[in-house]
Every structure is written in C-alpha cells, then in structure tokens.
Design a protein around this ligand. Structure first.
Ligand SMILES: Nc1ncnc2c1ncn2[C@@H]1O[C@H](COP(=O)(O)OP(=O)(O)O)[C@@H](O)[C@H]1O
Ligand SMILES: [Mg+2]
Length: 507
C-alpha cells in the first residue's frame, strides 16, 4: 500500500546548486515519504547525483533548505548526514580494496572506537545480514569480490551505520538482472520495515517495479512527480526526454553506398571487471553512412566501439570489414583494414598523456615506413608528420616536444581526430567525440565528421546526446544493457520510442 500522506522523511526546499554558470539543480522542491521507495528518474546530466550529493553533505547548495523528519537540518558534511541517518551508496564504490568486507563495513563507523572490537561488530553485522538476507563472506578481501558483492558491502555498511534514509545512485548499472531482482526484493522489504529509500535510475521498468513514487528531473529541474501506480513507462519516457529535442531534421534519403562493416551475432562474455557484455549484436554500415548509437552510457557502447576497432575480442559472432572476415584479429590488422577509433577517454586510451605531441602524433604509424625504418623512428619524418596534422586540423600547440597533456580539451580532440582520419580510414568509430568540449569544438568535430562522410567513410557515431544524434546521423540504433536495437532512420522513429528503448522498456 502506498501511503499518500504519511510522515515526510526528507524535504528539500528551493535547492539550487551551480557549477560555474551551469545550474545542475535549479530551485528543486522535493518531498520524500517515510517507508517508501522514491525514485529519481532522469537522463545522464539531469542533476540527480548532484541533488543527492547536496542531501548527503558532499556538496553545499548555493541556496535552499533541507528538513529531515519535519525538522530543519544542517547538513554541511557527510558526517552530518550520517548523524541524520542518511546513507548513500554511490555510483562508484568507495571501498578500500585490500581490506576485508568486515573491515570496510566498520571503517569510520561512529560505533567503533579506536580499538576495534571486531567480535561485537561481527555479531551485529551478521544479525543484520541475516535479517535482510544480504549474505556475504565477511572475511573476504573486497578486491576479490564481484561488483554485485561490493555493492552489497556498501549497503551493509550504510545499514550498520544506522541509515534510515538510504540513497542508491544507479545501483543496477553494475548488476546482472538476477542481482538486480534480489536488490529490489531487499529494497521493498527495507521500505516495508519503515526505512526510506531514494532510488536513482534511468531505467523505466525498474522504476515501475520497485518504486512507490517517482520524480522526474530534466536539465536541473523537476519536470514531473507521479505515483508509480498512476503512471506508465510511456508516460515516464515522455517526461524524461520531452522538449530536449530540437526539431528533427529531415534526413535526405540518400543512395546507400557499398557495405563496409558487418557485425553478425556478436557476443562478449561478462568478465566481472565492470564491462558490459554484448549480446547478439547485429549491425551493418555502408560507405558514407553516419550511424548513431544512442543510449545512456555504460550500456555497452564502449565495448561495442572496442569490438569494432579490434581492441576487444568477441566470444561469438563475426566481424567483416570490407570483404574481409576480421573476427578476433589483432588491433593492428583492424587499423590496416582502415578502421580508425576516436575513443571516449581521450587521455586514457586515445592519447598517451606522458608522451610528447610528436610521439602521440605518430602513435598509429610508428611501426610503418617512412616514420620507422628497421625499427628505428626517424624523428625528422615523425615531426613533419605531426606538424601536418597540427596544421591541417588547426591544433593550437606551441612546442611539439611538450607532453600532450598540456593541450586544452578542444585541441586534444582536434589532435586525436586529426591523427585518426589522417590515414584515410574506411570506418571511423567516434565514441562520445564531443563530450566535454565547448560549442565551437563541437561544430569543428561535426564538420570533420561530415567531411569524412563526404569522402565515403562509414562513421559509427556514439553519443549520449540525442539532439546531436538526430542532427548528425543518417541512421541510428539504441544500446541498452549490451543489446542493440535495429537500425532505423531518424524519420522512421520518434523521440518517445527512442526514450523507451534507452530506458529498456522496448526490446
Ligand atoms: N563537480 C562538478 N563540477 C562541474 N560540473 C558538474 C559537477 N558535478 C556535476 N556536474 C554537472 O552537473 C550536471 C548534472 O550532473 P549530475 O548531477 O551528475 O547528473 P545525473 O546524476 O543526473 O547524471 C551535469 O551537466 C554535470 O556535468
Ligand atoms: Mg548521476
């Protein structure tokens, strides 16, 4: 039974939190009732985590007030929040990996003094894990646990600290469907026992199955609040993304070029290091086609990009580039076959931060003539090669011997795109190529990608920004939990349908 007018556990009033000019939370008003599972729904960047970081004292709001159990609360630090019985399980766990589960749970707990009384703590924790069916080996080292078990450790830790209001930030992102199902049972049970759960998600079905109430956020504001029993996935999808999409640009239906990429029934196995396993991916790309991959990040987009660029093996399926079967060939073979990759983490996979601009410029070519002759790098040629990239793609760089990490975000992106398209690729995998760069940079990236299209390059354009996908792409498909929807043209779908797919409500 949903209590309509029960006691209010948390009330946030007129909360505003800005980062520079960006209002991550803009005058938020939110009431959360005791004993309920209250969901916060919104696309990435909507402001959900920020709002909860304000509630847990990690961020200080620019203005606004918080009441806990009807009383004004002064929350200026996570410690204050714990004092009010608020606990949060973050998206990225905060456990100390070399320590055991038990040690992590009691670490920093106000109940434990300087001298750890492990025995008493162990008994209390065992009682807790029994009551809530949260079984785990207390003596296992955290580093040996699966992601699901680490999450359980975090939950037990919050319960042990006496959390009555528990916030879980996208908890199912890292879980298998079975683990997620168990978590839901736990959440319902804990709510029935009188605790208050704030459950952050962008997955519509989860919200429908676990929530009592749902508040929908978009671009820092609340755009809807519903009783879950009075709403539907269609309703929620519309609220989550409505209005964020500029008018859909009519795509001229062009003649399809020859096929350059074919993925057939691709599977990758779950490896417990947080990678999403791809399941039954089928996708074809033609010359001159920009195919958008939409979806909330973390649903397998990175893994897909890696499979297409030869950075990740697949366990089943076939990859054909041009006419050639390339399944599980090494990365170099993919490069030779004309696959270029702009990875999402520019300073991780894309560039070597500690190396100079020249060394980064030749990263793909350092084994080939004329840059390398008999295994030795000809620095003169390397420098010239890099200078050409810099000039052609207008990278602002003073000294090419300086580490590449000295360049600004936009210039790093120019450099990496320049390097990747300099070798005349047939396929360009662009993973979140405009994330984190300014508007001028975004325009530059788009025009570089249109130039590639004009040359007949097939582009796999991965972005979380639906506006961008609708604007830039000829075709699109949506990724959700390792599955890829069928490819369609933007004119053949609606924003609502894409939203439903992004939230996993359509398969
Ligand atoms: N520490 C920060 N510094 C600057 N900007 C931030 C910071 N944290 C969040 N943001 C920005 O605030 C907005 C909301 O982010 P967030 O609360 O993480 O969204 P959500 O959790 O809904 O995905 C985003 O545009 C994000 O880039
Ligand atoms: Mg978040």
């Amino acid at each position: 039974m949903v209590k309509q007018n029960g006691e209010i556990a948390v009330e946030m009033k007129h909360i505003t939190k800005k980062f520079g000019n960006l209002a991550a939370n803009n005058d938020i008003n939110l009431k959360i009732y005791k004993g309920q599972v209250h969901c916060l729904l919104g696309e990435n960047g909507a402001g959900k985590s920020t709002l909860m970081n304000v509630l847990t004292g990690l961020y200080k709001a620019d203005c606004g007030e918080i009441e806990i159990n009807g009383q004004p609360a002064n929350i200026h630090s996570p410690k204050d929040a714990i004092g009010y019985g608020i606990g949060m399980v973050h998206q990225h766990f905060r456990l100390v990996k070399p320590l055991t589960v038990l040690e992590n749970i009691i670490l920093g707990s106000p109940k434990v003094g300087f001298w750890l009384n492990n025995k008493a703590a162990r008994e209390e924790i065992m009682e807790l894990t029994d009551r809530y069916d949260l079984h785990i080996d207390l003596d296992a080292k955290v580093e040996s646990l699966s992601v699901g078990e680490q999450q359980r450790t975090e939950i037990i830790k919050q319960m042990y600290r006496g959390a009555n209001i528990m916030i879980l930030d996208e908890p199912t992102a890292v879980l298998t469907p079975e683990e997620a199902e168990k978590l839901f049972v736990f959440l319902r049970q804990t709510a029935s026992a009188g605790k208050t759960i704030i459950f952050i998600s962008h997955k519509l079905r989860e919200i429908m199955s676990v929530g009592d109430k749902v508040t929908i956020m978009r671009k820092g504001q609340i755009v809807g609040a519903k009783d879950v029993k009075d709403t539907s996935v269609e309703d929620l999808a519309g609220l989550m993304i409505e209005g964020t999409i500029s008018e859909v640009k009519k795509q001229s239906v062009e003649k399809d070029g020859a096929e350059v990429l074919r993925l057939t029934d691709i599977y990758t196995l779950h490896d417990d290091s947080g990678n999403v396993n791809l399941e039954n991916i089928n996708l074809c790309l033609n010359e001159g086609e920009i195919c958008g991959i939409a979806g909330v990040s973390g649903n397998g987009q990175r893994e897909l990009a890696e499979v297409v660029s030869g950075l990740r093996f697949c366990d089943k399926g076939e990859i054909i580039v041009g006419q050639k079967v390339m399944t599980n060939q090494c990365t170099r073979k993919f490069i030779q076959a004309g696959v270029s990759h702009i990875p999402e983490d520019r300073l991780g996979t894309g560039l070597a931060a500690g190396l100079s601009i020249i060394e980064n410029g030749i990263l793909k070519e350092y084994k080939s003539k004329p840059i390398s002759v008999h295994g030795l790098i000809n620095y003169k040629v390397a420098k010239k090669y890099t200078e050409e990239i810099i000039e052609q793609y207008k990278v602002k760089a003073e000294n090419l011997n300086r580490p590449i990490s000295a360049l600004s975000g936009g210039n790093l992106q120019r450099m990496i795109i320049g390097r990747e398209i300099n070798g005349d690729p047939k396929i360009l995998v662009a993973a979140q190529p405009t994330r984190g760069i300014d508007i001028a940079g975004v325009k530059m990236v788009h025009s570089m990608i249109f130039d590639q299209k004009a040359k007949g390059v097939a582009v796999l354009f991965i972005s979380e920004d639906l506006d961008e996908i609708m604007e830039v792409c000829d075709t699109l498909a949506v990724m959700y939990q390792g599955h890829l929807s069928q490819k369609v043209r933007p004119s053949e779908t609606t924003i609502e349908e894409i939203g439903l797919r992004m939230g996993g409500a359509l398969c």
